[in-house]
Write a protein of this length. Structure first.
Length: 126
């Protein structure tokens, strides 16, 4: 019986596996550079939570004070702090942050968009 020696061998399999492994590492590197590191996305979560906290305080302020919103209204962080709707507006490093909320009335529904500015983070369009 004659064997066919035109198939895959151990050497070819190791070379192919090594090439695929190198391609995988290169693609992971470029994907992480494209989308930023995973640590920075976890670090930004605290700022999104601060922004949500600011929006919730503004919503409570508008509903409790029964403020009618026509078009757009800007509510500053200072107003919310002075009225007692929010306190301790600092990031996890203890830095004091600034911010405001734009409340817009669309089809009789109030929409709240918070914007914050901290030493190491700033909302888009702040």
């Amino acid at each position: 019986m004659k064997l066919n020696n035109k198939g895959w061998g151990t050497l070819e399999m190791f070379l192919l596996s090594g090439g695929l492994l190198i391609a995988l590492f290169v693609s992971v590197y470029f994907i992480s550079k494209l989308y930023g590191s995973f640590e920075s996305s976890i670090g930004n979560r605290q700022y999104f939570e601060l922004q949500a906290k600011l929006e919730t305080a503004a919503k409570n302020y508008v509903e409790t004070e029964k403020i009618n919103i026509n078009g757009e209204t800007k509510i500053s962080l200072t107003t919310l702090i002075n009225r007692g709707y929010i306190s301790n507006f600092i990031d996890s490093d203890g830095n004091i942050c600034a911010g405001y909320v734009i409340v817009s009335n669309v089809d009789s529904i109030n929409q709240y968009n918070g914007f914050i500015s901290c030493p190491y983070y700033q909302s888009l369009n702040y």
